[in-house]
Design a protein around this ligand. Structure first.
Ligand code: GLU
Length: 424
């Protein structure tokens, strides 16, 4: 039996979900007791309060977190989320998934995640800059190219990464691009990073459809979430010949069985800021989008959108988890029992983002920059290898694909901890 003596610090539905996934994987590989809890629980976290002077002269305090789940295999790595529903428990769960993801695809990183409870759309650009810089300032001794490397996530972008990198660099007195990835090209960003997550999702979908003997030219795709990941996945998939029949954001979705004009949707989004009232199809709710008949369903927004309520009603053949943790454990079981839907689990499906983040960090440290072709061919090489190892593990142990991916990721972290031993 495991004997963790831990508080309720991270307790939340999403953290329990990540822990349950871990427990199933640890059971499946008979992970020894003396390594289980050390591998499972986050190593450390920092909570900070961030005062921001508002445009009207008042001051608002925001709360921010960084959870470093594991540093055994390298610096911690993971994005920073700006969202009004961020909780410490959510950030902790996301940090666990970063650990398994980095480990699964063989990156020399641990896992981390950050978050601030804020709706970034309610801040002016100046307020957003102030918030981003102050977050980094408060984290200054907790982050660094050899400690913990941040990146974008839901609600953050290249500009925010540039401000954070600038704040860190001003603190140490020289340019340190490798403290943050997902930066603009002008300050050490990598070719291909912006589209990496979505492009990786699309690449894996293409290859899984080949395995399933479903021609991509006849595939229909519904995408929940049309932010960086969802929109880049949509563009890449339509280039492969698939038809995108539905997209959505937090204001609702658009459905067009003839195929959505993505260029028009992106142009509309660039001035309207939201998809609401886009006239490229009929309006549809986010919930209804998930239940559309389609070849591929891509949840590309937040956690826990596929639940025991809608899992029995899904009408896709392939569920590609571009978001982190979109499928609850109960929904996962239902889908497994149904047996008619293939899943590309999140830790594999969206790993293209952190893979190219790794390339960006390498390029920063070497001050030697690669071409887009080089980045993309190295990315697909790593994805091919990760996919093959997941499929091998799945076949060998008769695991679900999620269990195969998680056991590979978790076993490597546990092995590293075992080899390093316990510092007294
Ligand atoms: N936020 C992304 C993720 O969840 C990217 C993390 C990174 O590039 O470090 O994988």
């Amino acid at each position: 039996m495991s004997k963790a003596v831990v508080s309720q610090l991270y307790d939340s539905e999403v953290f329990r979900m990540a822990c349950k996934q871990f427990d199933s994987a640890a059971d499946a590989i008979n992970l020894p007791d003396n390594i289980r809890d050390r591998t499972k629980y986050p190593r450390r976290c920092l909570a900070v309060s961030i005062p921001v002077k508002r445009d009207d002269g008042s001051i608002t305090i925001f709360e921010g977190y960084r959870v470093q789940h594991n540093l055994s295999t390298g610096p911690a790595k993971g994005g920073i989320r700006f969202h009004e529903h961020v909780t410490l428990g959510e950030v902790a769960a996301l940090s666990m998934w970063m650990s398994w993801k980095c480990s699964l695809v063989g990156l020399p990183y641990g896992g981390a995640k950050g978050g601030v409870i804020v709706n970034p759309r309610e801040l002016s650009l100046r307020e957003l800059e102030h918030l981003s810089r102050r977050y980094m300032q408060e984290m200054i001794h907790f982050l660094g190219p050899d400690i913990d490397v941040a990146a974008p996530d839901v609600g953050t972008n290249e500009q925010i990464m540039a401000w954070m990198m600038d704040t860190y660099s001003n603190h140490v007195g020289y340019l340190v691009p490798a403290v943050v990835t997902g930066k603009p090209l002008s300050v050490g960003g990598s070719e291909g990073r912006r589209e990496a997550t979505g492009a990786g999702v699309a690449y894996l979908i293409k290859h899984y459809l080949i395995d399933m003997k479903l021609p991509i030219e006849q595939a229909t795709v519904a995408i929940q979430g049309f932010g960086n990941v969802g929109s880049e996945a949509a563009l890449a998939l339509s280039q492969y010949g698939a038809k995108i029949i539905a997209i959505s954001d937090y204001t609702g979705g658009i459905y067009n069985p003839k195929g959505i004009d993505l260029k028009k949707a992106l142009a509309y989004l660039s001035y309207a800021k939201v998809l609401k009232d886009f006239d490229g199809g009929e309006a549809i709710s986010n919930e209804a989008l998930l239940e559309l008949p389609c070849t591929v369903l891509v949840p590309a927004a937040l956690e826990r959108v596929i639940t025991e309520i809608n899992a029995p009603k899904l009408k896709c053949k392939l569920l590609a988890e571009a978001a982190n943790g979109p499928t609850t454990n109960a929904a996962d079981k239902i889908i497994e029992q149904r047996g008619d839907i293939e899943i590309i689990p999140d830790v594999l499906c969206n790993s293209g983002g952190v893979i190219v983040s790794y390339f960006e960090w390498l390029q920063n440290r070497q001050s030697y920059y690669w071409s887009r072709e080089e980045v993309l061919s190295k990315l697909t090489g790593i994805l091919d290898k990760a996919k093959a190892s997941v499929e091998y593990q799945k076949r060998k142990f008769k695991f679900s694909r999620r269990l195969a991916a998680l056991t590979l990721g978790i076993a490597r972290v546990a092995e590293a901890k075992e080899s390093r031993g316990l510092f007294p």
